[in-house]
Design a protein around this ligand. Structure first.
Ligand SMILES: CC(C)(COP(=O)(O)OP(=O)(O)OC[C@H]1O[C@@H](n2cnc3c(N)ncnc32)[C@H](O)[C@@H]1OP(=O)(O)O)[C@@H](O)C(=O)NCCC(=O)NCCS
Length: 191
């Protein structure tokens, strides 16, 4: 009697690629969707609305640097995130005055930046896949350390990659509001 074949693994329904400037309008729709759904356990509606733009937004500099990834499923962007060789720790470029200064890989920590997954695609490994791609690129660029200013919603993802909490603090926003975040770090020397 023939031995039944084991069930085949589920097909990965999305693929990673580098983001393009032409993706910006789609990213600008994805980010509020992700924030308003996946951050509700952590922040009030007022905090999320105040953070959209100044804290949560597209940083075109990352796209120009070739350090921002999108996860795409049949032509639709369902997740994004990246890393940076520049100084800013968070925020869209629309709220930045002037050039974001370059970091020194021998002295400074690279940044992990701006991860947003579509709520219908959460917990399917997209964040994890983008982190793996970021860390590979960060190591290839010669950095030995990574810093992240994480939302409280993002903290478990980075904790799963052995990032350690450095400090909790609050980002001041409009109308006297503030956003509690957590600064996390990891050395990649032994990675
Ligand atoms: C944070 C975020 C990017 C994670 O994306 P994701 O694709 O759902 O994450 P993954 O499926 O790759 O999860 C990888 C691991 O991270 C951890 N993790 C992710 N989301 C988690 C959650 N809500 N609760 C607990 N652990 C979580 C788990 O260890 C998970 O592994 P597992 O599913 O095998 O248990 C997503 O929740 C999101 O877009 N949040 C809103 C925007 C935001 O706050 N971004 C962070 C900016 S710093």
């Amino acid at each position: 009697m023939a031995i039944p074949a084991p069930p085949s693994p589920p097909l990965q329904m999305w693929q990673l690629r580098l983001a393009l400037e032409s993706d910006v309008p789609e990213l600008e729709m994805l980010i509020p969707l992700s924030v308003r759904s996946l951050q509700t356990p952590c922040y009030t509606q007022a905090q999320m609305e105040a953070a959209l733009g100044p804290v949560f937004g597209v940083d075109r500099q990352l796209i120009r640097d070739g350090t921002y990834f999108v996860a795409e499923s049949v032509g639709v962007i369902v997740g994004c995130g990246g890393w940076s060789r520049r100084s800013s720790l968070y925020g869209g470029d629309g709220h930045r005055a002037g050039e974001d200064p370059l970091l020194d890989p021998h002295r400074d920590a690279a940044r992990v930046r701006a991860f947003f997954v579509h709520p219908a695609w959460a917990r399917r490994g997209i964040g994890r896949a983008i982190m793996v791609a970021c860390e590979q690129a960060i190591i290839a660029a010669g950095f030995q350390k990574v810093d992240i200013v994480a939302t409280l919603a993002g903290e478990p993802l980075y904790a799963a990659f052995s990032y350690a909490v450095v400090e909790h603090y609050e980002i001041p926003m409009r109308d006297g509001l503030s956003l509690p975040v957590v600064r996390m770090t990891r050395s990649l020397e032994s990675a």
